[in-house]
Design a protein around this ligand. Structure first.
Ligand code: DOR
Ligand code: ZN
Length: 344
């Protein structure tokens, strides 16, 4: 039995750090575990300009504990009719690592998102030319489509065509939740990859309704049925370099979650690596964790792997029931549970 695992220091390829006091309260959870993180741009207002990206990066660096070795990788929020030259300049100046496609109104702070991919064709062409990755929230927003089908329908209605139209574009299909997405990524070329969250590996949609409505298990894309979770677990632990780590940690204060119209998002940063280790251990694939967490992401983004290491030890680790955030409290993923792994 493996009781200690030392891997290259991992990276998180999908993080919501927020802003202001919330940023100050949550950033170190990510910086403690990860060398780099791709920072989502869905602030209010969203990060749509090079100057906004640079300023947000400075606020992150001012908030993080200086003793931690952490680099935020910034993203631009794509909008209809956006000026492609702004994205190109941001990439050339080392501000934007990638750009994010939120279909308009798909999720939290996405009202300025893209209403039709045709409206960003110029930008996608530029990104393809300069080798800048496109990160996609892959759900259709048509309210007539069942919420559990929105990812699969997005593949059929949007993604297939996008990938055909831009065959050289690097695409990350973010936080995938379905077997359909796993199959799509596996069947696509090497420029198409996906991130997988710890929570979509850990529970299926029953958890949202277990004995009552459980807002802390609600995120978007919503967790699907067991066959999909099973496909995600197989993909993540397979050693296939197209699938890598992205937590989608998305903190909201308790009042925003426990509400008549609660926000989507799971605050998984505090015990992210312990949670992934749980899944890989259960799948008898701890030897595959390093690739997923530390090697495949940098390879896809064309970056070197981190210099340092992380050691995970089989040691009971109780997750707090709540964590101070934004002047009040947020509930972390696995709150109150005892996990079998600890990060040293
Ligand atoms: O659950 C989610 N929360 N999904 C998203 O796509 C956005 C995120 C957030 O920003 O809260
Ligand atoms: Zn997200």
């Amino acid at each position: 039995m493996t009781n200690t695992l030392t891997i290259r220091r991992p990276d998180d390829w999908h993080v919501h750090l927020r802003d202001g006091q919330m940023l100050k309260d949550v950033v170190d959870f990510t910086a403690r575990q990860f060398g780099r993180a791709i920072i989502m741009p869905n602030l209010k207002p969203p990060v749509t300009t090079v100057e906004a990206g640079r300023a947000y990066r400075e606020r992150i660096m001012a908030a993080v504990d200086p003793a931690l070795d952490f680099t935020p990788l910034m993203t631009a929020y794509l909008t209809d009719g956006m000026d492609a030259s702004e994205i190109e300049r941001g990439h050339a100046e080392g501000v934007f690592t990638a750009a994010k496609l939120y279909p308009a109104n798909a999720t939290t702070n996405s009202s300025h998102g893209v209403t039709d991919v045709v409206k960003i064709h110029d930008t996608l062409e530029t990104m393809q030319r300069i080798g800048m990755p496109l990160l996609i929230h892959g759900e259709v927003t048509d309210q007539h489509v069942d919420i559990f089908d929105r990812e699969a329908v997005f593949i059929d209605q949007v993604l297939q065509e996008l990938v055909q139209d831009f065959p050289g574009l690097k695409v990350v299909f973010e936080h995938i939740t379905t077997k359909d997405a796993v199959d799509f990524v596996m069947e696509s070329g090497p420029n198409i990859a996906a991130t997988i969250t710890p929570h979509h590996l850990d529970f299926n949609r029953n958890a949202i309704f277990q004995g009552g409505i459980r807002p802390h298990f609600y995120c978007l894309p919503i967790a699907k049925r067991e066959l999909h979770r099973d496909a995600l677990r197989k993909a993540a632990t397979s050693g296939n370099a197209k699938f890598f780590l992205g937590t989608d940690t998305a903190p909201h204060v308790v009042a925003a979650k426990e509400s008549a119209c609660g926000c989507a998002g799971i605050f998984c940063a505090p015990h992210a690596m312990e949670s992934y280790a749980k899944t890989f251990d259960e799948e008898k694939a701890l030897d595959k964790l390093e690739g997923f967490a530390s090697l495949f992401g940098p390879a896809f983004y064309g970056l070197p792997v981190n210099e340092g290491t992380m050691t995970l030890t089989r040691k009971d680790n109780t997750v707090p029931a709540s964590i101070t955030a934004d002047g009040t409290e947020a509930i972390p993923f696995h709150a109150g549970e005892t996990l079998a792994w600890s990060v040293n």
